[in-house]
Ligand binder design. Sequence first.
Ligand code: PEP
Length: 256
Amino acid sequence: MKKDGMKILAGNWKMNTTPEEGIALLEGLSNSLTKDTVGEVKVVIAPPTIHLIPMVEKLWENSEIAIAAQNCHYEDSGAFTGEISAKMLLHSEVDAVILGHSERREYYNETDELVALKVKAALKNHLIPIVCVGENLKQRKAGTFLDNTWSQLNIALSGLSSEELNDIVVAYEPIWAIGTGEVATPEQAQEMHCFLRKMLSEKFGNSDLPIIYGGSCKPSNADEIFAQPDVNGGLIGGASLNADDFTSLVKKLNNS
Ligand code: PEP
């Protein structure tokens, strides 16, 4: 049994759903994710930015689902066309923000140093940063994946105190498993989560933060992954767009 408050299931909708489709999906999830179903799982949904405010308003009466953004800028305001600041998210009652997702690193050249600035901005604005790290296939094959992933995390969290780590969620997402249908084995996930925890303990004196797994996680493969002692839940892409699949994942995590 994992510790209280340490089971998290986050859905990353990426650039999917029109406003109507998004609200319909959220309604489906609100209906199925009752207090009983959710149990001790913290459920987080990260819709496209344009859905954030309507969804926060829609969920006003439902405390079972928290809302996250998929990215933010590190400055509070300024001449950054097309960007959204952590401060704006805070003032929109958003709870969390996904940072450093591999798609943003790959398509928008986000570096570890940029992710670190965003993490600090998120914490300053009382958002929970969900910090994504994970190796690519070349690094996995070369056997350097543990060091590569720790290096990303170490830089992303640089300058934070042990106490500040209490407000961080780490998402281990091997790039070769994201959206590919190829999932890490439960042993591969456990090895990385355990290693990151050990390194966090050595560097920051705090290993008590949730570390969730992401990469083609779905109802058919989740049980064994969630059963791993150092896996605190999942960051779910494709399967979060289906209310039945996502609800099933919440139940599985609650029972893990
Ligand atoms: C993700 O993008 O964070 C992710 C885990 O996607 P998928 O579940 O589709 O692999």
